[in-house]
Structures are given as structure tokens and as C-alpha cells.
Design a protein around this ligand. Structure first.
Ligand SMILES: [Cu+2]
Length: 286
């Protein structure tokens, strides 16, 4: 079998290697795509897609995941289609016979129009389809109207300082004498929409609770409301998602989602600890 074939077209001379090497690379690149699709297929069951146990633990988080899956399906179909076409072209090139002539094309106007309009249509569809989720996530009209912010979360290099109003009171913009404080520990009630006021004391940080699919930049000079509904009472990881300095890695905190009763009981306990000056206990000991 001939090792190479010279194809002449309009003054261009192209050497085509019709050899085992060509077939190897054609198979190699096609197999890479097959492996990529295979890994993506098993990823959800292996827990490789999403953080934690792979399920969103907030109401809106599930809708965000649905959007992710929709886009994943569109991308997968496109990927498989292009890889099959690419694999075919590679294989044809590697197995071309000496007497065969390559087909030269100067392009197709119809095809160009089709593959411009179809992706544009898909992008437009995604842009319109996701608007409702985006509105619920970010538009102020979707914030919980009935509830005041449960806490003020202030990011600083390199920790989260959290201020809660006293039990039965609403959060004021300025600190109050009976406010309750924690560091790197955010407690929130479960099962209803709650909001926090996000601030930063120095540089830009980002409030990120991966398992709730909640992420919001903390911008100097701004107080930004962030709202979410946690569906399951348990502990979640909370991190800073904006490289904010040498100690960025240390801004790891925890979110404790609790029932309303547990949340109130916790707040009462923390307030008692915070305002205990030791005087009464010392007097009892005497
Ligand atoms: Cu930070």
C-alpha cells in the first residue's frame, strides 16, 4: 500500500499520509471523546458533578441545577455531533485510497447561515428560559418581604463576623447594645425564605455556600441583601470565593440550618453566654 498520496487541486499540493499512524490518531481522538462522554454520564452517580452529596439543599438551588442539566444536555448533543463528524473526517483521511481524490470545498453559504442561526436561537432560548430563576435569585422584588434580615454578615480579612438582632427584635443598620455576635458561624432557620445583609469591612470578598448554590460578592461600601430557603436542617460549608489576600484560604465558615425553635433556643443560649458577666455565679459561690 502506498504510504502517501499527492492530491493536486488548483495549484495546491497536499500530502496525505494513509498509514497505520493516521488510523491510530483518528481512533485516539475519537476514543478521547467517547471517554469524556462516558465520564460525564457516570459523574452524577459518583458525586463528581456537584459539591457535597450532589443535591442542592435550597429551593432555588434545585432550579439552578435543572438549568445546569438543561445546558448540559444541549452541550452534550452538540459535542457528540461534532465529535462524530470529526472522527469520520479523521478516519476517512487516514484510510484514503491512492486513487481517491480529496474533495475541496470553498464553503457553503446555506450551511454558514444554518450554523449561525441555530446556535443563536439556542442561546436566545437559554437567555429567556433562565430569566425567572435569575429574577428569583437576584431581583429585589423576589426578596422575602415578610421577614427582616436575620443577620448582618460582614466579611473581613480573614473571617466572617456575624451580628444578629436580640430575640424578638429586628436587625438595625447600626449595632445595638443587645445584638448577638458570632464569628465564622451563621445560624439560619430552615424551611422558609430568609435573608442576610452582606457587607465587607475591607476588600472585596464573596459569600459562597456551595450546597445551597448561593454566591454573592461582598462589595466595599455596599450592603447587599442575599436571600435563600434552606430545605434541610444540617450543617453546610461556607467559604469566601474571591481571592482576598494571603489568608483567603482561612475564610472557611459554617452555616447551621435549624428549625425555628432550635434557632430561637440557640440565640437565647448565645445571648445568655455573651451577656453573662460572672457576677451572679461568683455571688452564688460565696
Ligand atoms: Cu475573602
Amino acid at each position: 500500500m502506498n504510504d502517501s498520496v499527492a492530491i493536486v487541486d488548483g495549484g495546491f499540493q497536499v500530502s496525505v499520509k494513509a498509514s497505520a499512524v493516521g488510523r491510530f490518531w483518528a481512533a485516539f481522538f475519537f476514543l478521547t471523546a467517547v471517554i469524556a462522554v462516558g465520564i460525564s454520564w457516570v459523574s452524577p452517580s459518583m458525586g463528581w458533578w456537584f459539591p457535597g452529596d450532589g443535591v442542592a439543599h435550597s429551593k432555588l438551588g434545585r432550579e439552578i441545577d435543572d438549568l445546569f442539566h438543561l445546558i448540559l444536555v444541549i452541550v452534550s448533543v452538540t459535542f457528540i455531533g461534532t465529535q462524530v463528524a470529526l472522527g469520520y473526517v479523521l478516519w476517512r483521511g487516514a484510510t484514503i485510497k491512492p486513487e481517491e481524490k480529496a474533495l475541496f470545498s470553498h464553503g457553503s453559504h446555506t450551511l454558514e447561515v444554518i450554523w449561525t442561526i441555530v446556535p443563536s436561537g439556542i442561546l436566545l432560548f437559554i437567555a429567556l428560559y433562565q430569566m425567572e430563576v435569575w429574577a428569583q435569585y437576584r431581583m429585589i422584588k423576589s426578596s422575602p418581604k415578610s421577614t427582616e434580615p436575620i443577620a448582618e454578615v460582614t466579611a473581613r480579612q480573614f473571617e466572617w463576623r456575624i451580628r444578629y438582632p436580640a430575640r424578638g427584635k429586628v436587625l438595625k443598620a447600626d449595632p445595638q447594645p443587645d445584638d448577638v455576635y458570632t464569628v465564622n458561624e451563621l445560624h439560619v432557620p430552615t424551611g422558609r425564605s430568609v435573608s442576610i445583609s452582606l457587607k465587607t469591612e475591607d476588600v472585596q470578598h464573596s459569600f459562597f455556600v456551595p450546597e445551597l448554590r448561593v454566591k454573592q460578592d461582598a462589595v466595599p461600601g455596599n450592603t447587599i441583601p442575599v436571600w435563600f430557603t434552606v430545605t434541610d436542617p444540617r450543617m453546610y460549608e461556607m467559604v469566601c470565593a474571591e481571592l482576598c489576600g494571603w489568608g483567603h484560604y482561612k475564610m472557611k465558615a459554617r452555616v447551621f440550618a435549624e428549625s425555628d425553635e432550635d434557632f430561637d433556643a440557640w440565640k437565647a443560649r448565645i445571648a445568655a453566654e455573651q451577656f453573662e458577666d460572672g457576677f451572679k455565679k461568683a455571688a452564688e459561690a460565696e
